[in-house]
Ligand binder design. Structure first.
Ligand SMILES: Cc1cc2nc3c(=O)[nH]c(=O)nc-3n(C[C@H](O)[C@H](O)[C@H](O)COP(=O)(O)OP(=O)(O)OC[C@H]3O[C@@H](n4cnc5c(N)ncnc54)[C@H](O)[C@@H]3O)c2cc1C
Length: 391
């Protein structure tokens, strides 16, 4: 059996790894020229953690991961106004939590690929066609690849979805925020973010930092914006939007690299009424992005890929496998999407009243009992999710 996977991110590489383990011939197309190096810190827990354990990846992820003591919200002077202990957060996730940079997670998956998986960097596709017993794609190098199944694991703006299912506007639900991430060098800010994820305690826009072991700092930013267009120059937009935040933010903005080294996108969810058309299917952000507000997209991408591979390897036909995959996984991701939309005000308060409410909730979270409630509200139901879907 053969799979053509478009997208060498977390979902695509996880699927390639699992199908390769099941003896499938796998071709992965990745439009970037090499593994992506830009990225942000991910809290990795829940069903993706379970999938990683099943794939034998946990030791490598733990090696690449970071120890985080706390999430701290600070004022203009850098004084802590509110916070959350990661130990509590981790306990709510059953102790199964790894903080890891997205590129490191992708690297671990890539390193684990069986030798027969053919990853073609710098390659995308221009057409997808349905065949009676499979599907085929025309690649950007002009060649055609036929397979038993073609999978779009190519993120929120999926090309496979665009070619086989229709334009973005039908499926992408914008949540009214823009987000950015970049990595830079500044020893002073590095000292601030060591073992702590430190964020500005602000309304409508916030910027946060985490110190990396190589001496650099990973910055993350999110601000409210209804603009559906992405800026031509992300660095310029960041300077305009965040320049007034105070504390170390102006220093970080001065150190921000040029636009093509900045990750910048709209915050959005993806809702596709039916994930498969014939032998063409979707996985990860391409069909069920939950958005960064849910803090679980990578986890759900990895677990969805694992589940899809198990169905493809075990079902009597590709059609049955694709049906079972969607039946079992759709309820899980829809619940996370709803939870993310409910949590918007918690994630980025829109007024001083909402900001104060978040501070009070985090203060209350230090009390025994309440701490578990708040941490569980953030992590969601994490235990047994993948196991139930596999049964
Ligand atoms: C700031 C931020 C913080 C986040 N924090 C967390 C967190 O704490 N925990 C968590 O679990 N999740 C988090 N997420 C979400 C998580 O990063 C995504 O859900 C996850 O990366 C989705 O993986 P994916 O493989 O489905 O898609 P993507 O990561 O988007 O990967 C898609 C891949 O396809 C490639 N591609 C795209 N188009 C084409 C094409 N036409 N041809 C070939 N290749 C193509 C891309 O280059 C990319 O490599 C966060 C997201 C953001 C933005």
């Amino acid at each position: 059996m053969k799979a053509l996977i478009c997208g060498g991110g977390i979902a695509g590489l996880a699927l390639a790894r699992c199908l390769g383990d099941h003896g499938w011939e796998v071709v992965v197309l990745e439009k970037a020229d090499a593994l992506r190096t830009q990225g942000y810190m991910i809290d990795f827990f829940g069903p993706g953690y379970t999938a990683a354990r099943e794939m034998g990846l946990l030791p490598r992820l733990q090696e690449l991961g970071y120890a985080v003591d706390a999430l701290r919200y600070v004022d203009e002077e850098g004084r802590t106004r509110a916070g959350l202990s990661y130990e509590r957060f981790g306990r709510a996730a059953g102790g199964h939590l790894i903080s890891i940079m997205r590129p490191d997670l992708e690297r671990a998956l890539y390193e684990s690929l069986p030798g027969k998986v053919d990853v073609r960097f710098g390659t995308g596709l221009t057409a997808v066609t349905h065949h009676p017993d499979g599907a085929a794609a025309t690649l950007t190098d002009g060649t055609e690849v036929a397979a038993d199944v073609v999978v779009g694991a190519d993120g929120v703006h999926s090309a496979v979805r665009g070619l086989a299912f229709g334009a973005d506007e039908r499926y992408v639900r914008r949540l009214g925020f823009h987000t950015a991430a970049f990595v830079f060098e500044d020893p002073e800010i590095h000292a601030v973010g060591r073992r702590n994820f430190v964020l500005t305690d602000t309304t409508d826009r916030q910027m946060g930092f985490y110190s990396l072991r190589d001496g650099r700092v990973a910055a993350f930013a999110v601000h409210r914006s209804a603009d559906p267009a992405l800026p031509d120059d992300p660095r310029e937009t960041l300077r305009r939007e965040y320049g007034g935040l105070g504390w170390v933010v102006p220093r970080a903005l001065r150190a921000c690299p040029p636009g093509d080294e900045v990750y910048y996108d709209l915050v959005a969810q993806v809702e596709v009424p039916c994930w498969s058309q014939g032998h063409v299917t979707l996985v990860g952000d391409a069909c069920y992005a939950v958005s960064l507000l849910a803090g679980q997209g990578a986890s759900l991408g990895m677990a969805g890929a694992y589940l899809l591979a198990e169905q493809l390897a075990g079902a009597p036909s590709v059609g049955t496998a694709l049906r079972r995959y969607e039946e079992r996984w759709r309820p899980v991701v829809e619940e996370k999407q709803r939870a993310a939309r409910r949590g918007v005000r918690w994630f980025l308060p829109g007024s001083q009243t909402e900001l104060q409410a978040r501070r009070l909730a985090l203060r209350a979270a230090r009390l025994p009992g309440v701490d578990r409630y708040v941490a569980t509200a953030l992590a969601g139901r994490t235990r047994g999710v993948l196991g139930r879907a596999l049964r």
